[in-house]
Ligand binder design. Sequence first.
Ligand code: R5P
Length: 295
Amino acid sequence: LRLFAGSANLPLAQEIAKYLGMGLCPMVRKSFADGEIYVQVQESIRGCDVYLIQPTCRPVNDHLTELLIMIDACRRASARQITAVLPYYGYARADRKTAGRESITAKLVANLIVQSGASRIIAMDLHSSQIQGYFDIPCDHVYGSPVLFDYLNKKHLPDLVVVSPDVGGVARARAFAKKLNDSPLAIIDKRRQGHNVAEVMNVIGDVAGKTAVLVDDMIDTAGTIYEAAKLLRKVGARQVYACATHAVFSPPAIERLSSGVFEEIIVTNTIPVPSDSYFPQLKVLSVADLLGETI
Ligand code: R5P
């Protein structure tokens, strides 16, 4: 077994390697003046089971291209099996056509990864579970939620209600609520007006006087959970927590999340959070052990 890290999340790859009691194998990664990427594996991997750890987070296109080149380099070096470990899968939200003449980019990217030579995928919290089937190779879909609800359970929060910030997230929130002592569930009926613009309409369920825990797969601009949190406060929630596996954190996420609406925002380290983006209400939990165990 050989572990390699792309450049997208070296600290997570190092933690996974530590969990597995092994080192990361050496790989040279360079960018040419025009932005082209060069990768060279620095030791023989002939006949080896190779694991490439690379979330395809921002800059998504660079990290994706780097992953494809890493896979190709390993294939051409005669690795026996190449597993792409994708703590975060970029383009996951483009998983269907919502209007005519659009791309289903999540499928296109899966095709590229498979065609590069990957033989297996380990992915965490894919935006929708049908993306598993976009890969025509084995795909282990693991969830980061155990680290989130373990953390929350230890806080013994009173009068919990788990809230899905949109109708699409109900199954995820329901599963989460079950693990949080079978807490009740509320749903926010949201109407979206455009990409990255969220408009919250109303809350279905009882949240007044309760501790609301918003659950989502990712926080990108934070528009979704910020609007949801403001509404929950307006209708009487006592405290609002937010939980998400992927801290995409595109501007103005930090401003919204640190605005005082949230008691705490709990995310994982599938995507690195830059040190200058930390704020007091942010808690980042590690999924390294979970991914290490899966490997
Ligand atoms: C939507 O379907 C997703 O599950 C997230 O709710 C959404 O992508 C989060 O984006 P933002 O933080 O920009 O509202």
